[in-house]
Design a protein. Structure first.
Length: 256
């Protein structure tokens, strides 16, 4: 059984213009969460393409479906960030994990009547560039959807292996990759336009104090910055314009 947190799936394009129509779930059941459940649970992908998403706010769902961080969302009624929902949905047979974002975008449009628009917003972010003089990344010969996955190694190390990935996709995926401490959005300024295969290894992050922001430098092995430098990529914190999502309107979903 595979599990995911809010944005474990590989990033799709950041936003689709005007929430254009796309793939959809065959069946989707949405109901208010049990009020005794304070935090969202872990989502699950079950055999047969069923997904379970317990205790998510509409804001959480928008973060996942659009590939943005919380500070890149504004507007909308107060309840979109407070009221939690349980969703059970069935994807079409054979649908890849990477299609789930598009299906969720369709679900939010149809069931929550969600209307948004995009605005550039100056904010703190990591800018990803190419290390001068670094060996070029390996061009991919793979076909099909882009993908990244973890392999657990000895000594608390983990290897991230990516195939058929663009740098734009990789930049959008980084803040949503659990356990590496990237809490800011990432802007791709590598000027690399191809698709690539690459891998890197990172150490396990030490548990931060309750309520503290994870420190990506505090690891038992190479942190994400050192790991990316080894494959010729550099992350630098800057304030840059990033495409943010503004919620124009939303409605609570009707009973199933």
């Amino acid at each position: 059984m595979k599990r995911f947190v809010i944005a474990l799936f590989f990033a799709a394009p950041l936003l689709l213009p005007a929430w254009q129509s796309g793939p959809s779930f065959e069946v989707a059941d949405i109901k208010p969460s049990d009020p005794s459940v304070i935090k969202m649970g872990k989502g699950r992908i079950l055999p047969g393409g069923q997904i379970q998403v317990p205790g998510y706010t509409l804001r959480d769902l928008l973060m996942f479906s659009s590939g943005v961080t919380d500070d890149m969302i504004s507007g909308g009624p107060k309840w979109v960030g407070e009221e939690r929902w349980d969703i059970v949905a069935k994807a079409p047979a054979g649908a890849p994990d990477t299609a789930l974002r598009g299906m969720l975008r369709t679900l939010l449009k149809d069931r929550f009547k969600l209307v948004t628009h995009q605005e550039d917003k100056p904010m703190s972010a990591y800018v990803m560039s190419v290390v001068k003089g670094a060996a070029p990344l390996q061009s991919s010969s793979a076909t099909g959807a882009s993908q990244c996955h973890w392999t657990q190694l000895d000594g608390g190390m983990r290897r991230r292996e990516c195939q058929n990935v663009t740098m734009d996709e990789f930049a959008k995926e980084l803040p949503n990759t659990g356990g590496i401490g990237i809490a800011l959005p990432v802007a791709d300024q590598t000027e690399l336009r191809g698709r690539y295969d690459f891998q890197f290894e990172v150490g396990s992050m030490r548990r931060p104090a309750e309520g503290a922001t994870p420190d990506p430098f505090d690891t038992d092995g190479p942190n994400i910055f050192a790991a990316l430098a080894k494959i010729g990529l550099h992350l630098e914190s800057k304030k840059v314009p990033m495409p943010a999502v503004v919620i124009d309107s939303a409605e609570r979903p009707s009973a199933n």
